[in-house]
Design a protein around this ligand. Structure first.
Ligand code: SF4
Ligand code: SF4
Ligand code: SF4
Length: 257
């Protein structure tokens, strides 16, 4: 604790009222660094993981529920009412997901349905650049943007920098709000930020992301650098868009509209 206080003091963040910044209640087994998660023989490997969301297959709220529940249950995401809710994967209206793409003559089924959102695991992630402690970092080997919760001091610079609202802050102790604890995955504590991690812990075990498994083919996951991967095949075949492409963040999540 003494070391932590010293760090905060030297980092100057105690001036921001963060002297009591928390640490995560992390399961010792989970560390998001490549050296820990890619060393297993069964691990799925790729050098630029990406996801394609086929929005044609996701139309009603009931289509999204299994995906969201799969992610949130496996990652101990607490169930808290907005505006203090924690979201790793969620839905929103088209005007918020693709601002500037409104067209009054577009089909009702496209204009007025929910769209799925998660961290874009940007190739050029602004959240990484602003993090003062390297709690948020991009894995060199596969491009996944992850967090080391032990390093997060809750400054929320990453939330301000992310143009996609992909990060949530734990304003309260999430523990009492977790429906059923998954002991294989770490809980977080009040005062840290969190987000989708592209299921690094599952990839390390040779499994696809939980939302992809639960999506009945609506989500496709694979390596963008592999021309024979499923994502590359789909991207060759279908017209896709990405969120806010003009910002230069290069999202690795694509949408078939
Ligand atoms: S979507 Fe936001 S949190 Fe995710 S990598 Fe991009 S900038 Fe970072
Ligand atoms: S809140 Fe975000 S920017 Fe601040 S330390 Fe945590 S991950 Fe880094
Ligand atoms: S990729 Fe994994 S962490 Fe990200 S939204 Fe899907 S299930 Fe959740």
């Amino acid at each position: 604790m003494e070391t932590r206080r010293k760090f905060l003091k030297y980092a100057g963040v105690s001036l921001l009222g963060l002297a009591a910044a928390p640490v995560s209640r992390a399961a010792a087994s989970y560390i998001p660094h490549e050296s820990h998660t890619k060393s297993r023989a069964e691990a799925l490997t790729g050098s630029r993981w990406a996801m394609v969301i086929d929005t044609r297959k996701l139309t009603r709220e009931s289509d999204f529920k299994p995906l969201i529940e799969a992610c949130h249950s496996v990652h101990n995401v607490p169930d808290i009412e907005p505006p203090l809710d924690i979201k790793w994967i969620w839905t929103d209206k088209k005007e918020h997901v693709f601002p500037g793409k409104h067209n009054e003559f577009q089909a009702e089924k496209i204009e007025h349905k929910p769209y799925l959102l998660l961290c874009n695991h940007c190739h050029n992630p602004p959240c990484v650049r602003v993090c003062p402690t390297q709690a948020t970092f991009k894995r060199e080997s596969d491009g996944i943007v992850v967090m080391d919760m032990h390093r997060c001091i809750g400054c929320r610079y990453c939330m301000a920098a992310c143009p996609y609202g992909a990060r949530s802050f734990n304003f309260m102790d999430p523990s009492p709000h977790i429906k059923e604890l998954n002991r294989e995955y770490p809980e977080r504590m009040r005062g840290v930020v969190e987000k989708c991690n592209f299921c690094v812990e599952r990839l390390a075990e040779g499994k696809m992301p939980a939302c992809v498994e639960a999506s009945d083919g609506a989500l496709i996951f694979g390596d963008l650098d592999d021309p024979y991967s499923e994502v590359r095949k789909v991207l060759r075949k279908e017209y896709t868009i990405r969120r806010k492409p003009g910002l230069g963040t290069e999202p690795n999540v694509y949408y078939i509209i």
